[in-house]
Design a protein around this ligand. Structure first.
Ligand SMILES: *Cc1c(COP(=O)(O)O)cnc(C)c1O
Length: 456
């Protein structure tokens, strides 16, 4: 057992239910508020944007939610994903720690995002939705939803952040391959886009702006709904297949993790690996540690504040209580495009505030150094986003070495980096710069937090 490299599950062991952590929280998550009135929003308020089944999951307190058969059938074409023991990395580090990683890059689109994309496309199709809009930054979410919409015959329009649209032609090509329409945001197709362009005709766009456009498009058309790839409760729920599988696989390995690590953008892949394990901590006081790794250039958990804020830039979305850098945050150009969002999942923000989740911020070059060490030992090319988790896993292993103590480390390798090889080339040529988001800018942006009339 100790020498084993890969822990594989049978198709019949792919989880048939999602785990809803809301059922095990001491304090209920604060409700979303209406952006205009500041009053709590009910399911009916969200109906223009999401199918009812998804809204019900968003507010559900049921611990287990069955995965519909058509979704499970698609999951089983690429799940269970492997759990791998990083023997070669351990040897290179000379650490007594045992390092395991769950490899979500093994999916058809190369990341975990497909797990929620398939579920969301299914529920939209069930409710007769013909067309979906969404935003994408680096393009991983747009590719995942493009795949899922093709599986369920739904049209998809993707508002892609302009700077990525220009710099990441292969992600765009992948979305086209699956039959989606892709436009560079800000566009002149929406009121939100036109107002941004009027103020700044050369705007490079941001995830917050693209969300405003996609939400407006969906809210103003009968036949269209909107889909989000992170942050919201139902998205985190769909990702819990990762952690449930990892629990079975760690049992096969005969070990229990002391620390569980994931990178965080909006928090969905971290929640996916962490929440099924966290149940034991919440219910029985288990001492397992949970560590969220984020970029120093977008330090939502380590520098943001816990407050109600918009999910987008223009202020069209419901207000959610979360760790935020302020919705006016303009992300610096780092290579982990999927981690450049101003907010954090409300569930993760709350668990962080209650002391169940630790957070650490990494500089870009330290992240690439870890990514290269991982690729040269384990052989897999990691996505720059996932490499934040690798940095933390290596740091934990070196800490265990320094203290001469055993430690079992489990991290989520959320995706592969085959479409990010340009970033690796820049790293090798010494062109990558470190950037730490300054405290002054955090304070500036926090002055812009919303205070609608009825908000307590
Ligand atoms: C989008 C993305 C992330 C960040 O999103 P989360 O919702 O925080 O998981 C991380 N890794 C990869 C590979 C991604 O594509």
């Amino acid at each position: 057992m100790a020498d084993q490299n890969q822990f594989l599950l049978e198709e019949s062991q792919v989880p048939s239910r999602w785990y809803n952590i809301a059922a095990d929280l001491k304090n209920p998550p604060p409700p979303p508020l209406h952006p205009g009135t500041g009053q709590p929003m009910g399911p009916a308020d969200l109906a223009p944007l999401f199918p009812m089944a998804v809204i019900q999951q968003e507010v559900s307190a049921e611990r287990w939610i069955d995965i519909p058969k058509p979704v499970l059938d698609i999951y089983k074409t690429y799940r269970a994903t492997p759990l791998i023991r990083a023997h070669r990395l351990e040897r290179a580090l000379g650490t007594p720690a045992h390092i395991y990683y769950k490899y979500e890059g093994a999916s058809p689109i190369g990341s975990h995002k497909i797990n929620t994309a398939v579920a969301q496309a299914f529920y939209n199709r069930e409710e007769g939705v013909k067309r979906i809009t969404t935003e994408t930054g680096a393009g991983q979410w747009g590719s995942a939803l493009s795949f899922a919409c093709r599986m369920f015959d739904i049209d998809l329009k993707v508002y892609m952040v302009r700077v990525s649209y220009e710099q990441k032609p292969y992600r765009k090509a992948l979305m086209h391959l699956y039959g989606s329409e892709v436009v560079p945001s800000p566009t002149s197709d929406t009121q939100a886009g036109r107002s941004v362009l009027a103020a700044d005709p050369d705007s490079r766009g941001s995830l917050g702006i693209a969300i405003s456009e996609a939400v407006e498009d969906a809210a103003t058309r009968e036949d269209t709904k909107y889909s989000l790839g992170s942050v919201l409760n139902h998205v985190l729920l769909h990702q819990t297949v990762i952690g449930q599988e990892a629990m079975l696989q760690m049992e096969m390995a005969g070990e229990q993790p002391d620390v569980i690590i994931g990178c965080v953008g909006g928090g969905s892949n971290f929640a996916g690996i962490a929440f099924p394990f966290m149940r034991d901590r919440l219910a029985n006081g288990a001492k397992t540690r949970f560590l969220a790794a984020e970029p120093a250039a977008c330090p939502t958990l380590t520098k943001g504040i816990y407050a109600y804020d918009f999910g987008d830039t223009v202020g069209l979305t419901p207000l959610v209580k979360m760790d935020t850098l302020g919705h006016s945050f303009m992300p610096p150009a780092i290579h982990a495009g999927g981690l450049r969002y101003h907010g954090m999942a409300p569930l993760i923000s709350q668990l962080h505030r209650e002391g169940h989740i630790e957070a650490v911020a990494h500089l870009q070059t330290a992240v690439f150094e870890a990514a290269v060490q991982f690729a040269r030992t384990e052989g897999i090319v990691p996505a720059p986003e996932s490499s934040h988790a690798i940095r933390s896993a290596i740091d934990e292993a070196l800490d265990a070495k320094a203290k001469g103590e055993p430690r079992v480390i489990l991290f989520n390798l959320s995706g592969h980096g085959f479409l990010d090889l340009g970033a690796y080339e820049q790293y090798f040529s010494g062109e990558l710069e470190d950037y730490e988001y300054p405290n002054e800018l955090v304070e500036e942006a926090l002055k812009m937090l919303p205070h609608p009339a009825g908000m307590a």
